[in-house]
Ligand binder design. Sequence first.
Ligand code: SF4
Length: 325
Amino acid sequence: MNSEILLEVRNLRKHFRIGKSLLKSRRQTVQAVDDVSFDLAAGETLGLVGESGCGKSTVGRLLLQLIEPTGGSVKFDGREMRALTREDLRAVRKQCQFIFQDPYGSLDPRMRIWDIVTEPIAIEGSMTRQQRRARAVELLDKVGLSAAAADRYPHEFSGGQRQRIGIARALALSPRLIVCDEPVSALDVSIQAQVVNLLSDLKQELGLSYLFISHNLAIVRHITDRIAVMYLGKIVELAPKAELYRRPQHPYTSALLSAIPVPEPDRPIQPIELHGDIPSPINPPAGCRFHTRCPLAFDRCRSEEPALQTRRPGHQVACHLAGSD
Ligand code: SF4
């Protein structure tokens, strides 16, 4: 990893307007992503973690301009994404690819694998059919699949192999950044580690940067350099991986970590139970958004929203109780 900032995200917001309900006569707004800021260095893997519905996948889509932000700024390589012409945006998108959660749903069942893998190149029109086929074999080899896979169809492969095909397609245009959206959560546990290891190896070999989105802190541990924890549309803690696992400062992070099974039965960690469901992003709680479930909440938490502040070098926390050195 070097210190060159590849992606700079500032105060990113996405509010979706939704229709009226039986009980509400006015249109309502879902605050899916609210005031999210972070940097991603070239060669870095940043984990974005949180429960389902916390806005982490929406962040991934906003970064690649697959959906329009409501506000805020995303700069890729120093260039403001929203200010790009359509042609420049297309050029930047080649450098930013996506790996989806459901490998089968993202592969056209009627296409042969080599056509799927090189579809982005075909759209670009930069290679002959013969060159594309040769490139497909090269990409399949990179993800651990043989040349024989090139002429087969998606249904002939297992879930793990299909995710490898999805990864090969994401590599086709030699990107610099890949947004991996829950890339292993649909796979058997025994296969998850293989795909995470493959992504890790490819990062080293090709100098890639990843935004690795997952609901599972146990999985991101193996691949990330830093981790941002999201709750109800906001980042509540962001820290280098080792620091976050050793000294979590936010009660939500502590609860997520306490739920990870520990391989050392003589040092059991007491699970921290979170009561209640995650509140609706349509009408998030006032003050700290986590106060309705936080075991440490006190009066101030119900009225005053804690800002995301640097408490130690590189370690940001949004909690009134977080301390500094
Ligand atoms: Fe809990 Fe209060 Fe900290 Fe929010 S600000 S995480 S409610 S202690």
